[in-house]
Each structure stands twice: as C-alpha cells, then as structure tokens.
Design a protein around this ligand. Structure first.
Ligand SMILES: Cc1cc2nc3c(=O)[nH]c(=O)nc-3n(C[C@H](O)[C@H](O)[C@H](O)COP(=O)(O)O)c2cc1C
Length: 330
C-alpha cells in the first residue's frame, strides 16, 4: 500500500501531520508524532506582533482601525506568554531538524505587510522546508470593502514570496465571498498551496458577569463539512496543493478529506485531547479503510469525489440547498 503524497512539492511518506498548535512546541511530542507516522511538522505560529514588538503592532492597530478603546492594549498578550521568541523560533526549527527526519513547515502569522516579513528569510535559512502563512484578521469596519481585505492577503503573500524561495501555503479563512477566486489569485502569486481552513474562536457572552470573553471550543467532525465542500470545489480549479485543517477526528474523516481533494490532512484538536500516539491509530484506520475498499495508494484517493465530474457546481450547490430545505419532513 502506497501512502505517499505530494504537498507543496515535498514528497511526503504519508498524508497525516499535526497542524499548527502548542502540541508541537515540545520536542518529545514531535518525536512521538514522528514515531506515530506523521509525515511533516507544522510549527506553532510566530506572530508579526512578536517580531515587530507589541507596542508597534498595537499602535498600528489603533491607527488603522481608529479604535478608541484605551483598554485595547490588554487585547494583546505580553510577549512573555509565547512559547518562543523570534530567535528561539529559529533555534526550534534547527532542533526539530536535528532530532527528526521530518520536513519542518514553519508558520508565520501577520495581518499587514511590514518588517516582520524579513523574518521569513531567517526561517528559510534556519532550514524550514516550507512556510505556512496565516493572515487571520476580521474585517470589522464598515469602511473596509471585501476587495480591500482580499488585496491585503494577496499583498502580504506577494511580499513573503519575494523574500523566500521555499514553498508557501496560505492558510485561508472560509469567510471570503469567493474563496475560489482568492485561491486563484494566490496561485497567480506563485504560492504552492492553501490550507483550508483557519478555525475561529467566537466570542461568548457571560450573562452573569455581563462580560464578553473569547472562548476556545475545540472542533468536532461537524467542522469538517465546510472543508469538504471547498476541497471538492477547488481541487480541479487550481493546481495548488490542498491541506485539510479543521474537524478531523476519525479515520473516516481522513478518508472524506482525501476523497474530496486534500493532498494532506492536518490534525490538532484530536491530538491535543488524545495525545500524539492517536495519529498512529488514525493512520491504521486509514490503511484498514483503503484495504477494505481496494485502494492501493493515497494518490488514487485524492479528489476521487471532487466536483470534477460536475458540469455546473453552482447549480449542484443550489440544487442541494433547495432539496435539503424542501424535502425536510416534519
Ligand atoms: C490551542 C490552539 C492553538 C493554535 N495555534 C495556531 C497557530 O499558532 N497558528 C495557526 O495557524 N493555527 C493555530 N491553531 C489552529 C489549528 O492549526 C487548526 O487550524 C484548527 O485547530 C482546526 O483544526 P482541528 O479541528 O484539527 O483542531 C491553533 C488551534 C488550537 C486549538
């Protein structure tokens, strides 16, 4: 059985890898993930705010959004709270490379072009095999049109592309009006892949304390379905590598992501709750499914159920929408 897959031009021994999270801050965990069959390590993000300094980043946010909250300084954690500072991050890349055989995909997280992009060069020099770029920000202002938000993602990507030669994957949000168009623009900027998708932590209202707090709920397999839709829609419209991220908890989830069109599958919540060895169980489950369904390779599976054979995806989506709502029986 052949589990190899190609992601961002890297030939990987299998499709499973931990996604960006604190799980991979620790070398013991990374070694356990390698033993369990992970094919690469996606590092926890290094944030632009860490590189440029909280103060500068904070001032930029204030200017840009004309935010009047004096207490906004408290929105940013102090740099002491992060596992690695910018220098240590480079050291961690070298350490992972020295202690494992795995390709290292570093992760940079920033919302505007700026001096932090220079750090991508250092990440490349430190030996990262690829870079995942996370440009998470929420368009909160009524003065900010959708095109300006997308242009910002493209501009950041362009600057990072200019700075480095290693492959780049952009981790996208599902909340763009036209995900496929944006993915196409990123392909034009010569990135090698996209990660579908970022997962957002929505605010919660505490009705006793009358307070609004960010709340981190880990994903469930339900979260995967949004990813499946877009993996299937993008697979044959772009030549980019596609990574599934969000809602993968079981071997069947992995099978679905691959059939929809993912080249690799990133896993976080399931590994955070069950530990690195869980990746091995998931891989065994995938192999069992492949044997039962007579698939000899992961490559055969990738995109087998994409929307390739669908002449009109828009009509297909609309038709399914109508059918689902109209055929519901009370
Ligand atoms: C505690 C925690 C920390 C995370 N840190 C990062 C990060 O630094 N950078 C990033 O791009 N994504 C980060 N993520 C998002 C994950 O990489 C992933 O996209 C998300 O959790 C969905 O995958 P899952 O359903 O397998 O958990 C984090 C998620 C969690 C739960």
């Amino acid at each position: 059985m052949n589990l190899t897959t190609n992601y961002l031009g890297l030939k990987l021994k299998g499709p499973l890898m931990p996604g960006a999270s604190p799980l991979v801050d620790n070398i013991d965990n990374i070694k356990r993930l390698e033993d369990a069959g992970a094919s690469a390590i996606v590092m926890h993000s290094l944030f632009a705010e860490q590189i440029e300094g909280n103060k500068v980043a904070f001032d930029q946010h204030i200017d840009r959004w004309q935010d009047n909250f004096a207490e906004a300084t408290s929105f940013f954690p102090s740099t002491d709270g992060f596992a690695f500072g910018p220098e240590e991050y480079l050291g961690q890349i070298a350490k992972i490379k020295a202690k494992t055989e795995l390709p290292v995909i570093a992760s940079l997280n920033g919302t505007n072009t700026g001096s932090w992009i220079e750090h991508a060069k250092l990440i490349e020099q430190a030996g990262a095999s690829a870079l995942e770029l996370n440009t998470y920000f929420l368009g909160t202002s009524r003065r900010l049109p959708a095109t300006a938000l997308e242009n910002r993602v493209v501009e950041i990507t362009r600057e990072v592309r200019k700075a480095i030669n290693i492959p780049i994957a952009v981790k996208l949000s599902p909340f763009y009006t036209s995900v496929a168009h944006l993915a196409g623009r990123l392909e034009d900027e010569k990135v090698q892949g996209v990660v579908l998708f970022n997962r957002f932590f929505q605010p919660e209202i505490n009705t006793e304390e009358l307070d609004v707090t960010p709340k981190l709920d880990l994903s469930t397999s339900e979260d995967l379905r949004l990813r499946l839709r877009w993996l299937g829609l993008l697979r044959d419209q772009v030549s980019l590598s596609l990574a599934a991220s969000g809602g993968v908890h079981t071997p069947v989830d992995i099978v679905k992501a691959l059939l929809a069109g993912a080249d690799v599958v990133q896993i976080v919540a399931e590994l955070l709750t069950k530990g690195p060895a869980r990746l091995g169980e998931l891989l065994t489950g995938l192999k069992e499914w492949m044997e039962k369904h007579e698939y000899e390779s992961v490559e055969q599976m990738i995109g087998a159920l994409s929307l390739r054979s669908c002449p009109d995806p828009e009509a297909y989506e609309r038709g399914n929408y109508l059918r689902t709502l109209q055929l519901w029986k009370v």
